[in-house]
Design a protein around this ligand. Structure first.
Ligand code: DI6
Ligand code: FE
Length: 404
């Protein structure tokens, strides 16, 4: 018997993807309260293991609950008008330099109340849950001042209280230059470092701090100041880096022990060596690559050869990735970036959890959180091969069946 407490449930006759690979024989999973208590081949499922346990499912493919480790799920307004402009040839950068893009969403987010932001985010979050997500990272970054950045993070925290999901929050105040600092980016970075980060840390609203290191956003030096301020508050760091060019943001992030570097289409061999040495996760965001019609592919083969863990996420946001279907990201990771289905699934389970600095979810193993999904598919690869909402047979979060 395990050392855990709580209600005992078991699932049997499973094709099990454990977060890294598909096990070769039919398996059973036994939970106790919020934790996984046993993972055994059916051939070893003896009666003593089932004492006091209620059968909760049988058959099908079981995977860890999906971990969407990079989203901008909380935001006001819509960018459908820019979608049309970009289809008519305007570039993402041009729209941003004209005060559109992120700043368009900033204006709408600042104007929205907490409850309006929560009501707008709720159906987007539900769409992720209905597609198997049990952990979601939600960034700020559309407030760009203390009050509105903290407003976004409070809304993210409330979503985690109101829905059966784990919400991990990230402060991304260094997402874009707000209009009131249009001529003095260093002064804005000073406010981020001396005011916004300490205020978020004091209220326990942020689990990590992120930056957008890019020509249309902030320089390596400015991002380094943000990382130093985060570390003064004991917060982990991550970076949107090498998305549209190579400024060396990933190498900087690695020097600060970043949990992850994200996008990284323009990552070079020096950056790969740096993140490999730092144990930083490479988060690929195929939705943004696809929506922005990018052509520069991330260096997947070099990341594989270097043994860098690759995560996949939706980057769900109103501008560069208005895509709220995580299993579509599995399909895109394979079709656009040539990941294998196994790599893509690991990227949205074990490696997604690692990109959030987590060790007790994202895997099906004894002692892990009982966060997992039973799917109406014959084999795990189908989850990446086909894009088909509605395949979730059961969703289990902290040991409780929340769907199906
Ligand atoms: N890179 C992106 O693709 C998103 N943020 C970032 O740093 C874009 C967010 C938006 O367009 O609203
Ligand atoms: Fe992003």
């Amino acid at each position: 018997m395990s050392s855990f407490t709580g209600k005992r449930r078991f699932w049997r006759d499973l094709t099990l993807f454990d977060g890294l690979e598909t096990l070769p024989e039919p398996m059973a999973v036994i939970t106790e309260g919020e934790r996984i208590a046993a993972v055994v081949p059916m051939a070893q499922l003896t009666d003593d293991l089932l004492i006091g346990a209620e059968e909760a499912g049988q058959g099908g493919v079981l995977t860890p609950g999906l971990v969407d480790c990079h989203t901008h799920l909380v935001f006001g307004g819509s960018r459908a008008d820019e979608f049309e402009q970009r289809l008519e040839g305007a570039s993402y950068e041009t729209i941003a330099r004209q005060g559109g893009g992120i700043l368009s969403t900033v204006r709408a987010t600042r104007a929205a109340s907490d409850s309006e932001l929560l009501d707008a985010a709720a159906p987007r979050l539900q769409a992720l849950l209905d597609d198997g997500v049990t952990t979601v990272e939600i960034k700020s970054g559309y407030g760009l001042n203390r009050d509105d950045e903290l407003k976004m993070l409070r809304v993210a925290r409330r979503l985690g209280e109101q829905f059966p999901v784990r919400v991990v929050t990230t402060l991304l105040a260094a997402h874009a230059l707000p209009p009131e600092y249009r001529d003095d980016s260093d002064a804005y970075i000073e406010q981020v470092c001396e005011d916004i980060i300490p205020a978020a840390a004091a209220e326990g609203l942020a689990d990590a701090v992120d930056v957008f290191c890019e020509n249309i956003a902030f320089s390596v030096d400015q991002c380094e100041r943000v990382f130093q301020a985060a570390q003064r508050q004991g917060l982990a760091v991550k970076a949107h880096a090498e998305q549209l060019s190579n400024l060396g943001g990933s190498a900087l992030a690695a020097r600060y022990g970043a949990l992850s570097v994200d996008h990284i289409e323009y990552l070079d061999s020096a950056g790969i060596a740096a993140i490999r040495a730092a144990g930083t996760v490479a988060v690929l965001l195929p939705g943004a690559f696809y929506s922005l019609h990018e052509t520069q592919l991330p260096p997947v083969e070099a990341l594989r050869a270097a043994g860098v863990p690759i995560a996949i996420a939706s980057d769900a946001n109103p501008g560069s990735s208005p895509l709220f279907l995580p299993t579509l990201m599995l399909n895109m990771a394979c079709n656009l970036f040539r990941l294998t289905p196994r790599e893509a699934l690991a990227g949205m389970t074990a490696h997604g959890a690692r990109a959030l600095g987590a060790i007790d979810y994202g895997r099906i193993m004894v002692g892990a959180m009982a966060d997992f999904c039973l799917w109406h598919v014959q084999q795990p690869a189908e989850l990446a091969y086909a894009v088909q909402p509605g395949r979730l047979a059961q969703r289990v979060f902290r040991g409780e069946v929340t769907h199906g």
